[in-house]
Design a protein around this ligand. Sequence first.
Ligand code: CTP
Ligand SMILES: C[C@](O)(CO)[C@H](O)COP(=O)(O)O
Length: 380
Amino acid sequence: MQHAPPLPAFAAIIVAAGKGIRAGQPLPKQFADWRGKPVLRHSVETLLEAGAAPLVIAIPENGEAAAHTALDGLAGYTLVAGGVTRQQSVARALSAIESADTVLIHDAARPDLPPAVIERLLGALETHAGAIPVLPVVDSLAFEEEGMMAGAAPREHLRRVQTPQAFRFAAIRDAHAIWAGEADAGDDAQVLRASGGEIAHVAGDERLAKLTFAEDFMTRLPPLRTGMGYDVHRLAEGEELWLAGVRIEHDKGLAGHSDADVALHAIVDALLGAIAQGDIGSHFPPSDAQWKGASSDRFVEHAARLVREAGYSVGNIDLTIICEAPKIGPHRDAMRARIAELLGVDITAISVKATTTERLGFTGRGEGIAAQAVATVIRE
Ligand SMILES: Nc1ccn([C@@H]2O[C@H](COP(=O)(O)OP(=O)(O)OP(=O)(O)O)[C@@H](O)[C@H]2O)c(=O)n1
Ligand SMILES: C[C@](O)(CO)[C@H](O)COP(=O)(O)O
């Protein structure tokens, strides 16, 4: 296997000292959860993995506890108190670095940092004092005055600028020292450029989008999800046979959890699987006496409610019942109708199939019945 050549040594700064007011999270946005972990932790992990050393993080005054919680278990970073503006936070972090050849300066608010962007930036620094990731402007641009269009702006030469921004360390440190006290710069590239440094553009990445507003924290549910369920119950004399919500006359019935309707149980597991909410046993433990003999209808209705609460509706169900007897064909449409009724969907969304195992195995010997189901759920 071919390995990518190692990256040149670099220092990194993450600015995480803002208040995150526009994001409206219960705590400053850099410490809030996004995609399963604190925003700040995402880029700290990526930069540490890429070999950043030292890694200095500017945090709010009194933000140590929140930062340590967000970065629990990680090592190899230093915390410094940030300033009132982003630029002051960068300046303070720069002064905490004794020496380095190159430095990457990154917003904690841009958590999804593709390593390829780091590579491109460090590559460009071999020939330039600074390098920034940029993206084209795809919409047309207009000047506005008092809510009215006051002219058009040409977009051909405009770029959207992201972070991290990469610099020769001494150049950006000196540029910040010269700039100190001036009006706030939009970013560090502007600070270096004001000192005469040349900044190269490299391709940015849409994944680097900045989390700014509350809606940026809303996880977009996938449009479609699929779940699978499988269940087996034993055939025993003296039991009623319930299959897919239909009572069937047979010489034996299924024994086990509730009314042992193996087909409905497989459907419940498929629905719960589609929304990643456990299985039938975790919602209705077999050890709980209240489910003994209970109709499995209520389990299906419960799973359908959870699907709705998760923001989905049932798309379709494909059920296969595996048994030697009874014959499923004569009951197929009654089963489809009952499942559709329980789920509140049209009968055309429900497929019921059956197969034997050619007299092989426990189903072939008539010792039990198995069922498997696939459920698709669709985002509302
Ligand atoms: N005094 C400041 C202000 C901002 N930042 C950091 O700069 C990045 C970009 O700033 P922005 O997205 O504007 O964050 P906030 O200033 O926190 O947001 P808001 O304006 O909504 O309060 C963020 O990682 C933020 O933590 C910083 O380190 N120090
Ligand atoms: C540095 C920056 O992320 C580059 O696009 C941007 O300028 C930060 O702006 P903010 O006003 O501090 O959010």
